[in-house]
Design a protein around this ligand. Sequence first.
Ligand code: NAI
Length: 344
Amino acid sequence: MIRIAFFDTKPYDRASFERCCGGRDMRFRFLETKLNEDTAELAKGCDAVCVFVNDTVNAAVIGRLYEMGVRLIALRSAGYNNVDVKAAYGKIHVVHVPAYSPYAVAEHAAALLLASVRRIHKAYNRTRDFNFSLTGLTGFDLHGKTAGVIGTGKIGRIFIDICRGFGMKVIAYDRFPAPDSGIEYIEPDELFARSDVISLHCPLNDETRHMIDASAIGKMKKGVIIVNTSRGGLIDAEALLDGIKSGKIGAACLDVYEEEADIFFEDHSGHIMNDDLLARLISMPNVIVTSHQAFLTEEALNNIAETTAGNIRSFFEDGRCVNELCYRCGNIERCRNDRKDKCF
Ligand code: NAI
């Protein structure tokens, strides 16, 4: 029996994991708390931990888990910026779910964009109040506009297809452009200057942190719409707020926020919001915030549970490490362990 400490459990996680892999060969210890230095102890007696995007998996946590005999960190997400993969190397193997439904995330980005451009969030509130006035709801056609996509991996490519379906022109920047993809790649500065809509689909790392800062915003078109369904840290939120206040940024659609860890996924409606920056952003009529929900579809939840269970089984039962994130390869982004053997 493989024992797994499942941190930051939400009701929908539990339902999909119990449906997919309850009972037989795995026993989950479902914990509501997030993993961090104070809670690592709760994994005592477990062979693996299963973590999500706002669990803290730094060197200290990894060291403690290793001492307790944990041998696998199974991320139930694609992004892994919260895991110190370098510190884990040689101690604990790290696996993730590289793709569970890129459609879920790309479609959510498109939903936010459409809601923002056509002021659906405002119209919804008005008609619930029997206010049928159209004043202030004027949008614009996406057809003929230019979408600048940063990161043309699985999600970025689907978002590109959606934009093309609307008749938009698409330009893109990727650190590793895909050859023969038919995508027009340009450098970031040119993308900032030419785009009416900028959508972020690259990972968060040292190179991409705050790639949208005051300097980048300064190069953008007046009225640009920024969509971020990737990671909050890609945007300097103070600079974003300044851009919105000055009128340079036409709208922002945010599914992620740099300081989301202690806020998103929870109900804070009965409390005072002590993140002034987030409160100010949410108060803006042209900002839409969702709480890291882009992944949240039935299809994605089922795929996450099945792939995570497959990763865990293959590690403990077959001695293989499918979907491993390995520091040995130097470039985690480009690591292609086709043999699926363990990297150490
Ligand atoms: P992917 O790995 O298929 O694509 C990422 C792309 O970014 C690759 O083409 C890569 O070459 C490119 N890239 C890497 N470094 C870059 C850099 N410095 N500058 C520009 N491009 C760079 O990943 P996928 O599945 O498309 O996911 C993208 C991101 O979406 C993830 O990193 C994750 O942070 C986020 N995500 C958000 C979810 C949500 O619920 N909001 C759910 C799933 C993923």
